[in-house]
Ligand binder design. Sequence first.
Ligand SMILES: Cc1cc2nc3c(=O)[nH]c(=O)nc-3n(C[C@H](O)[C@H](O)[C@H](O)COP(=O)(O)O)c2cc1C
Ligand code: SF4
Length: 599
Amino acid sequence: MQHADAEREQALIEIIETNGRDPTRLLQVLWRAQDIYDWISPQVFAIVGREMSIPPARIEAVAEFYSFLYTQPRGQYRILFADNITDRMAGSIALFDHMAKRLKLKPGQISDDGQVSIDLTSCTGMCDQGPAILVNNRAITRMTPRRVDEICNLVKSAVPLADWPAEYFKVDNNIRRADMLLGSTWVPGDALRAAIGRGPQGMLAELKRANLRGRGGAGFTTGVKWEACRNAPGDKRYIVCNADEGEPGTFKDRVLLQSFAGRVFEGMTLAAYTVGASKGFVYLRAEYRYLLDALQAQLAQMRDQNLLGDEICGVPGFSFDIDIHLGAGAYVCGEESALIESLEGKPGRPRIRPPFPVTSGYDGKPTVVNNVETLCKTLEIAINGGAWYEGQGTKQSTGTKIISVAGDCERPGLYEYPFGVRVAQVLEDCGARNPIAVQVSGASGICLSEREFGRRIAFEDVPSAGAFMIFGKTRDMFEVARNFAHFFAHESCGFCTPCRVGTALVANLMDKIAAGRGTQYEMNEILRLHQVMRTSSHCGLGQTACNAIFDTVQKFRPSYERRLKAVDFEPAFDLDAALAKTRELTGRDDAAAHLGVEA
Ligand SMILES: Cc1cc2nc3c(=O)[nH]c(=O)nc-3n(C[C@H](O)[C@H](O)[C@H](O)COP(=O)(O)O)c2cc1C
Ligand code: SF4
């Protein structure tokens, strides 16, 4: 036993050394420590603190913030069922109950022998092939009752995960419609050489001419962002690829990373050439950890091809390389300033902006943060020019958009269309089954009812970061909104009061209505909280957390009303007690975290 302990300690120290004892690598070190110890044990705290000279409080703050880091034992097999609404629609809750019964476990409970634990997690980005689970962070798709039984047997027989059937871990691309990006071929280095031929200023001019807008949600103009970074004072700049893709219903970046990774990296290098950066990071969500080895191999190949490293493509002084950082289960880390905090090895809480990352990002230096798809798009512009690109899509939304289609349809998967495609067209192409609603752009997006299916996917009409969840006529839109309310309550980082308190209250109010104890009072309360959160939350998470409820109340009112009691007001719960879960999640129990208590 002592021998094993010494070996584990030695392995951890080697990892710390490989990471240069660098505090910004703390999250990456804790991940690897967890691989070795199964959890972030007191021993891990002691070794990491000693070897990296980091105060225990800081290690604890990081370990507690991320939901995939465990500061308590969680079982050798940590099984998490994706709790996105599309997984639920595919029967995930019945499968969860079945497994819990077979393993004789409750949610979050660990078996007496310490062998296995089972719980729910947020969307895993496998919505086109759900229900999905994660076992020790490896995704298993297409769960069925039979597969649940097989997994229970494997767990009970203590078969190592590496020996489980390979087909369990198969993740399909499901590309159903390809256009400018998914349908084109990539010749490594062509786009980069074209950009070098144009020069940084020429490349900026083409990007602006193309009117390329970010595909991560906000739709900011990429050429303007890159130019601001290039012009910001300082001698060091960074390029960050946002591969956090945590928005429920979105999985396009997973496919791009799985089968188009060379283009993503070349897009980053092209950005580095244009803005004058020498270092890049990919921030990869933990659910996509299975891609890590292939991504590292792709990077190594590009170094061999002189597309990364020193004097790239023979250009004197042009050096650039890319590191991959793994997230650890926090949706808020998709927000660019939270992502940068996380890259620096801290809890991923959004920063106060301004300053924006283009002037003060990673390590306080000018930083470009772009979505995976945006970076791929820059290759097409470098090769074909801005005028060509501008000719596709609509005037305000140029080019194409990749849409992740899931839910009630025959052919879920990726569909790439020129911007301006009508919602009805997408529904027809994917074989939607009696659709009554589409949730575009994820839980924080917009819910369209049947009468809006003539609208277009475009920044000027229905903006979309990529998700397209379809709900057929048998679906209950109140339950859809309730699922999203719980998602936001779970994912709120707790930094600001409107969101920390508001998301928990809204989830509780939705539960009360679901239980048949709601009245018009609860409805009004939810809409009031929506206004408060929308206008006074610190980041986009809180600002958009009630969007789906607001939309469904307007467009699917009967699904709420038939649950309401006729009475005016029903005392629901002890409000302060209702916030206990959020206090626990955010690690706060001070006076300010309690209702009715002056801070
Ligand atoms: C709560 C929250 C989550 C986000 N998640 C993502 C994400 O997973 N991927 C992404 O590219 N952008 C995400 N964003 C948007 C980023 O903050 C940022 O605008 C984007 O990465 C910029 O890249 P783009 O200009 O290429 O779109 C998120 C924003 C918020 C507020
Ligand atoms: S809005 Fe929510 S997620 Fe954003 S900073 Fe505030 S508490 Fe955190």
